[in-house]
Design a protein. Structure first.
Length: 290
């Protein structure tokens, strides 16, 4: 969480940090610094494993070559394959790196790293996009679910063509919805009609809920299923009371009237006794009060 004042402080401290790092870099060049002993030993073990793998590969190649020569020339060339000289030299060369003591290399402090390079971009990035807790990379990371979900709708044979057909059908449906929105007099495509829409809601709206009617639930069936559930106690009267308060506030705002507009909850009816479920609800937090 940042404000303009804290970003100003961060900007100043970033400048100070850059000066200190450059000073530290200049001073560190006066000292003979080396890598840690465990780092040198780890590097030495890695080199030994690498040379051992290369030696094994060369030995396999030489054995296969000697086998080819022995087949062509006869049994006289067979002792060369199992000779002691080649095996002795190979084992000596393989054990040599591990027998050497770990030589510690010189190691200097470097300013040419991405972490140091990115220090100067933090303040501007926070001003432009906000802090890292204010946005999420989940949208891009979960995009793999989209083609996987489409793949389930294919026959699993020659699925590339079928995936393309599914994508084209979805695009045509989006265009049809857009044309209907234009015909009804709305400007552009109303994203609230598309439950799969993943863009951000308008900043002036307190919340955003889809308007699609794809997942309908009958009120009577809903109340029977959750009969005895404390969360569903007096669900229908409380729902009607909530809707009445919302309607009263809307009517008072439209009529610019301060007088109380009473709405009888008994006059509130649901079309076909249906309510609709939506998987996505977005809320704009207009304050940073914690």
């Amino acid at each position: 969480m940042h404000s303009d004042a804290t970003l100003g402080l961060l900007d100043m401290e970033t400048t100070v940090l850059g000066d200190e790092l450059r000073l530290f870099h200049a001073v560190s060049t006066m000292f003979n610094t080396k890598e840690l002993k465990r780092e040198a030993e780890a590097r030495n073990r890695k080199q030994a494993r690498s040379s051992k793998k290369q030696g094994s590969a060369r030995e396999k190649g030489s054995i296969s070559a000697h086998k080819g020569n022995s087949t062509a020339q006869g049994k006289s060339s067979m002792p060369e394959v199992n000779g002691d000289n080649s095996d002795g030299e190979g084992s000596a060369s393989e054990e040599a790196p591990s027998a050497k003591p770990a030589r510690r290399k010189k190691k200097k402090f470097s300013l040419n790293t991405y972490k140091n390079h990115a220090f100067g971009d933090y303040v501007e990035t926070i001003r432009r996009y906000g802090t890292t807790e204010s946005f999420s990379t989940e949208l891009g990371e979960l995009e793999h679910r989209n083609p996987k979900g489409k793949y389930k709708r294919t026959s699993r044979k020659a699925f590339t063509r079928q995936l393309a057909q599914i994508e084209r059908r979805q695009a045509r449906i989006r265009r049809m919805r857009q044309s209907i929105s234009h015909r009804d007099g709305t400007s552009g495509f109303d994203a609230q009609h598309d439950e799969a829409f993943t863009g951000a809601a308008a900043i002036f709206e307190h919340h955003q809920i889809g308007l699609a009617e794809n997942d309908a639930h009958h009120l009577g069936q809903f109340l029977r299923i959750y009969l005895g559930d404390p969360a569903a106690k007096d669900f229908l009267p409380r729902l009607k009371q909530h809707i009445a308060h919302r309607l009263e506030a809307t009517l008072c705002k439209e009529n610019s009237s301060e007088s109380d507009i009473g709405i009888n909850v008994d006059n509130i009816f649901f079309n076909k006794d249906l309510m609709y479920r939506h998987n996505i609800m977005r809320i704009n937090y207009t304050t940073y009060d914690v």
